[in-house]
Ligand binder design. Structure first.
Ligand code: PEP
Ligand code: MG
Length: 600
């Protein structure tokens, strides 16, 4: 038995065999064979090509079933590459002439092709290089008899062990319910962490060299609440964790009593608790946990198909279906937040020195207005006689707000000119997730109908800490007083400007933050769907008077530790302990005593 410590980012306990997905580079050294081995080597090579083609055909069918033909189409290019006669002939020639192993010969041919394509600067070529690299790896894995390297091939009911997950892959988490996930890379508000919380898959990340520590097939426990991975547990530990899992399920049942209750404090102050979602399919979870509408619909995953941008009709249907399903409650649709760590390849951009400070979200939309306007027209059409609001991400100055609103007006006019029905009066909001926008909140409030504070980014931009980088995880302080002052300032300036203010960053799902944010005057909190009943329950357990006192006090501290020390005490005083089984959204690993020791 071996215990590894990482960061728990999605609570809960998963027990199952591990499945390792190898992401490391495969390096092939030139290796020679005796002349009499040539025929056998060529056969081995042909068998690996055949096996790769069979795997790809299966993969294509399963992706088509789960995610549609558009996404599955991406695999077609790889199938064609696997059948490329010139590559096969060339490899076999090298095996014969140079007496090299199949791995060495195939690697020489593929590396040559990759270098030739890399010399051409073109977005389409970048896609082909990616495909070539992938097919190189697949064939080499088959030749070397290693494990697979795409998560689509992992069987159900396993613990996925992998170095990192690309945002485009996280959609697959919805279709293959892994029992748990152990990752090397990522931060508490990285895309993968957010998705695992929504899917209720226990997840631990920040585990150095994890794919080398666990043999595939070994039984593993993922403790996403305490950030532990237990490899090959003995019977005693297994029994302990099974008991913990049961206790957790009981607590969950207790919390679910708040599902149908409104979020009203004991002294009658009403708040809204919305849900965050990013895949259209997640609406089922939003309905299950009965949020007060959708406070954030991240639309990036609609753009995962790297070959084509989603057209207006497709998007209109997606937004209409969502709004119809959650009616009469409202859905806030955020325009695409591509960039940073999400899907830049779709726009032909392959490299940026500092992607989180670069061409992201509204910046892309304003520099390529035809792409943003396609989305705006779709939202305006869907909003016709439906309860939809629109929200722009990554606003850093007033000019961007004016230009974005200008594009809504242009899009509306285009629809009117074509006689297509659309909304003439939907609410327009912006995310406050860059410090400059928080500081300019008063001015921005004059231009829009609402704010939603994106603390995931506000924290990273205020503290200059990459939210997905495990090396600086401890510096990503959700309760840093600088962040709290910006949040408080934004709420106050929104109200002074006569508009409402929500929050949709992960911070809102931490019960301690719920008390503080309510006290600061937040109007709406939007959280991952499974956390909705918990946040409603927290609001129902406090008075707004106490919450205001807590918020006021929090603003007087000068370090995160002081804030958390105080908030932990207040939460213990004000809330039943059932609320504390979740993850924490910051690097706070202190223990608290109350009927035993547990981590918050
Ligand atoms: C945020 O930044 O807090 C947010 C909700 O948006 P995202 O996580 O998609 O960047
Ligand atoms: Mg953000």
């Amino acid at each position: 038995m071996k215990i590894l410590e990482g960061t728990g980012v999605s609570p809960g306990i998963g027990i199952a065999p591990a499945y390792i997905v190898e992401r490391g580079e495969i390096v092939i050294d030139e290796e020679f064979i005796a002349p009499e081995k040539v025929v056998g080597e060529i056969e081995r090579f042909r068998a690996s090509i055949l096996k790769s083609k069979e795997q790809l055909a299966r993969l294509q069918a399963s992706v088509a079933k789960a995610m549609g033909d558009d996404t599955a189409g991406i695999i077609e290019a790889q199938l064609m590459l696997a059948s490329d006669v010139s590559v096969i002939d060339e490899t076999e020639k090298i095996i014969k002439k140079k007496l090299l192993t199949a791995e060495s010969a195939f690697d020489i041919v593929l590396q040559r092709n990759i270098e030739a394509l890399q010399a051409i600067e073109d977005a389409l070529m970048a896609d082909r290089v990616h495909d070539l690299r992938d097919i190189r790896k697949r064939v080499l894995i088959n030749l070397l008899e290693l494990s697979h390297h795409t998560i689509h091939e992992v069987p159900e009911d396993r613990i996925l062990v992998i170095q990192h997950l690309a945002p485009s892959e996280t959609a697959h988490l919805f279709h293959n319910k892994f029992v748990g996930i152990a990752l090397e890379m990522g931060g508490t508000t990285s895309h993968v962490a957010i998705m695992t919380r929504t899917m209720e898959i226990p997840c631990v990340l920040g585990l150095d060299g994890i794919t080398e520590h666990i043999p595939s097939g070994k039984r593993v426990i993922i403790d996403g609440t305490n950030g532990k991975v237990i490899i090959d547990p003995d019977e005693k530990v297994l029994a302990e964790y099974r008991a913990l899992k049961n206790a957790r399920e009981k607590r969950r049942e207790w919390i679910d009593r708040f599902i149908d209750k409104p979020a009203v404090t004991k002294d009658g102050h009403k708040l809204l608790v919305g849900a965050n979602m990013e895949l259209p399919e997640e609406v089922e979870s939003v309905l299950k946990y009965r949020s007060d509408g959708v406070g954030l619909f991240r639309t990036e995953l609609i753009y995962t198909d790297t070959k084509n941008l989603p057209d207006e009709e497709k998007q209109t249907r997606i937004y209409q279906t969502l709004a119809d399903k959650i009616a009469p409650k409202s859905a806030i649709i955020r325009t695409f937040d591509i960039g940073g760590d999400k899907f830049t390849e779709i726009l032909g951009k392959t490299f940026e020195q500092n992607p989180f400070l670069g061409w992201r979200a509204i910046r892309i939309g304003l520099s390529k207005p035809w792409i943003l306007k396609t989305q705006l027209r779709a939202i305006l059409r869907a909003a016709y006689k439906r309860n939809i609001k629109i929200m722009f991400p990554m606003i850093s100055n007033i000019d961007e707000v004016k230009q974005a609103i200008g594009l809504i007006e242009e899009s509306r006019e285009e629809l009117h000119n074509k006689g297509i029905p659309c909304s003439d009066n939907l609410e327009v909001g912006v995310m406050i997730e860059i410090p400059s926008a928080a500081l300019l909140a008063r001015e921005i409030a004059k231009k829009v109908d609402f704010f939603s504070i994106g603390t995931n980014d506000l924290i990273q931009y205020t503290l200059a800490v990459d939210r997905g980088n495990q090396y600086v995880r401890n510096l990503y302080q959700s309760y840093n007083p600088a962040v709290l002052k910006l949040v408080n300032h934004t709420i106050k300036q929104a109200h002074a400007g006569g508009i409402w203010c929500g929050i949709c960053g992960e911070l809102a799902a931490d019960p301690r933050a719920t008390i503080m944010l309510a006290g600061m005057g937040i109007d709406e909190m939007s959280v991952n769907p499974p956390s909705v009943p918990k946040i409603k329950g927290v609001i129902r357990s406090i008075t707004i008077k106490d919450a205001r006192r807590v918020a006021e006090e929090c603003l007087h501290f000068s370090t995160q530790d002081e804030v958390l020390g105080y908030l932990n005490n207040m939460a213990r005083e004000l809330l039943p302990e059932e609320f504390f089984d979740g993850y924490t959204c910051c690097a706070d690993r202190r223990k608290t005593k109350r009927g035993g020791s547990k981590s918050r």
